[in-house]
Ligand binder design. Structure first.
Ligand SMILES: Nc1ncnc2c1ncn2[C@@H]1O[C@H](COP(=O)(O)OP(=O)(O)OP(=O)(O)O)[C@@H](O)[C@H]1O
Length: 562
């Protein structure tokens, strides 16, 4: 299976097309793959499927021990159930709940924590899961719950506040969307009853798509707050369109609140995705304003992320009421499906040489995401790689929304093989088939590292992450080494002996990235020639322009229709 098939439909590997050179460079010949590679790929898919099955179907030592306490009859029923619908068991006692948690690395803190569930059919019987939800779960192949779903869904269905920390790509979105939709039931004209906040527009859009999938066939109204939808909502209150679920970035929402075009007083489900980001300086004030506007006494709050530094957790706790805290695995760890590597690149030039080397030797298996620390550096690296003739594009905050959307779509469809990005793409975006993440510039924090590399190795699939470092980054290396160790990666002894950076140093780096030399290996004369060539092309285009501007009447009609 090609990685692009996982990224989305429509990927094509035409060998004689525009990117024939890339085919050679990347050695991308899926049709004539060597048998060992094919076997490895097949194993990958099996592993991916297994990921969603493991917890429910492979009794670990602790589950087996616990099964001893079940009566033979119940065991038989469970097995019959298992045979009938692919699930293993239902959980009805504290012992079973604890064993199930242990087997799935679910850690909980809080009072009267609801039992996890083991299969979607268990959920169906325990909480009378609505039939349209079960239908939609089946339709979109959500066959087995992931650990965070097993525990977070019952907690939210019991209307408890929740702080949930689970690895990247482990299905947190479904974990908060499903209980919300179950509770909202159907469309009502009371105005917004649920609100999901996410730090970036791209992630908000992705969550919107997931909510649409799960509410299919139910007529629930879902609104993604944009300039246009905010303008519609700014009409007189009686004319405002009544939506059930609102999804927004903090900035857009605060704007709408200040214009008094949005009323959040009926909201009873508030989800903060990438919650640690939302409690950081820069977002905190907006988050506060949103919390104040959600004035319903029945408000339930849920915070989700793959990372949650202790200081932020303390702050987040101040807004929660008797919350339950759930951690899957360990707190600051990366997904265990990612092979992480640290590569010493010497200096800035060394990084370019290293990435080119990776291309030449076939080590860069697309689709690949490359992270840099600034917009300037994203542009510069893009120019370098484009000049090498690679199929590459770039995404950052200076590109228009339309350009960003188009780039994301193209990357998903496999039309772009290498995507250079700033941290704006580091959180939440679900590119399931990314094979490799390169941290071209060393990340500014552990959280940034975990989220960046979390764009690969998602949904149980394996991925690879390579982080380049130079002497300038050496001081911060140990933080990343610790993440690698915690997530089960092999680390060389000398790295383990490094000193941990001081808190002060970590804070400094988070505020301001390391000063780096510009990205460029091309001699000056080369660049001048390139600029000259570009001028010639642009001038000749201008000369040809009048011929190209011939338009037909139907083109005009098209324009008007838009
Ligand atoms: N139970 C399930 N069965 C199969 N696929 C699932 C299941 N739950 C989620 N997925 C898929 O797994 C992928 C990752 O899910 P999601 O984007 O929610 O991860 P996440 O934990 O929010 O990651 P991040 O921390 O990076 O935001 C998605 O493509 C989603 O459709």
């Amino acid at each position: 299976m090609d990685a692009f098939r996982l990224l989305g439909a429509g990927a094509s590997f035409k060998k004689n097309g525009k990117f024939a050179r890339d085919h050679e460079l990347f050695n991308a010949q899926p049709a004539r793959r060597d048998p060992a590679e094919a076997a490895r790929a097949e194993k990958d898919i099996e592993r991916e499927l297994d990921f969603f099955h493991t917890a429910a179907t492979q009794p670990s030592a602790s589950v087996t021990a616990d099964e001893g306490s079940l009566s033979k009859k119940r065991k038989r029923n469970h097995n019959d159930d298992h045979a009938a619908n692919g699930s293993l068991t239902t959980i009805t006692t504290a012992e079973e709940a604890n064993a199930h948690r242990k087997a799935n690395r679910i850690k909980v803190t809080g009072t009267d924590v609801p039992y996890p569930f083991a299969s979607f059919s268990d959920l169906l019987s325990r909480f009378e899961l609505r039939s349209f939800l079960k239908r939609n779960l089946d339709k979109y192949n959500f066959n087995k719950p992931t650990p965070i779903q097993m525990q977070a869904i019952p907690i939210l269905l019991h209307k408890r506040d929740l702080l949930a920390i689970a690895p990247t790509g482990s299905g947190k979105t479904l974990a908060f969307v499903l209980p919300m939709v179950q509770d909202l039931k159907a469309h009502e004209s009371a105005g917004f009853r649920a609100l999901i906040i996410s730090p970036t527009r791209e992630l908000a859009q992705q969550i919107y798509n997931e909510v649409k999938k799960l509410t299919e066939g139910r007529g629930m109204k879902v609104c993604m707050l944009t300039k246009a939808t905010a303008a519609t909502q700014a009409q007189a209150p009686e004319l405002r369109q009544k939506f059930d679920i609102l999804i927004s970035t903090p900035l857009r929402l605060v704007h709408a609140l200040q214009q008094e075009s949005i009323d959040l007083s009926n909201v009873r489900h508030l989800i903060m995705d990438e919650a640690d980001k939302l409690f950081e300086l820069g977002f905190l004030e907006q988050t506060d304003e949103i919390l104040a506007a959600c004035s319903s006494p029945a408000l339930q709050k849920a915070l989700f992320s793959a990372t949650l530094p202790s200081s932020i957790e303390q702050l987040a706790n101040t807004v929660m009421k008797d919350p339950v805290r759930v951690i899957i695995g360990s707190k600051e760890a990366a997904a265990e499906t990612i092979d992480q590597k640290l590569v010493y690149a010497g200096n800035e030039q060394g990084k370019l040489i290293a990435i080119r080397n990776l291309v030449q030797t076939g080590g860069l298996k697309p689709p690949c995401l490359v992270f840099v620390q600034s917009i300037e550096r994203a542009k510069a690296l893009f120019h370098e790689l484009v000049y090498d003739g690679l199929n590459v594009d770039v995404i950052h905050g200076e590109r228009t929304k339309a350009q960003r959307d188009a780039v994301i779509d193209k990357f998903r469809e496999g039309q772009i093989w290498i995507l250079i990005a700033t941290d704006v793409m580091a959180r939440g975006i679900d590119f399931k088939g990314v094979n490799l993440v390169i941290n071209y510039d060393f990340p500014q924090s552990v959280q940034s590292y975990v989220h960046r590399i979390g764009r690969t190795g998602r949904a149980g699939r394996r991925g690879e992450a390579v982080t380049y470092f130079t002497k300038d980054d050496a001081e911060y290396l140990k933080s990343i080494v610790n993440v690698m160790r915690q997530s089960g990666c092999e680390v060389e002894d000398w790295l383990l002996k490094l000193k941990k950076p001081s808190q002060e140093a970590r804070k400094k780096l988070k505020k301001k990235p390391v000063d780096r030399r510009n990205i460029s290996t091309q001699p000056k004369v080369f660049k001048e020639k390139r600029a000259h060539k570009k001028d010639i092309i642009e001038n000749s285009k201008k000369k040809k322009a009048p011929q190209q501007e011939v338009v037909t009447a139907s083109d005009h009609e098209g324009d008007e229709a838009d």
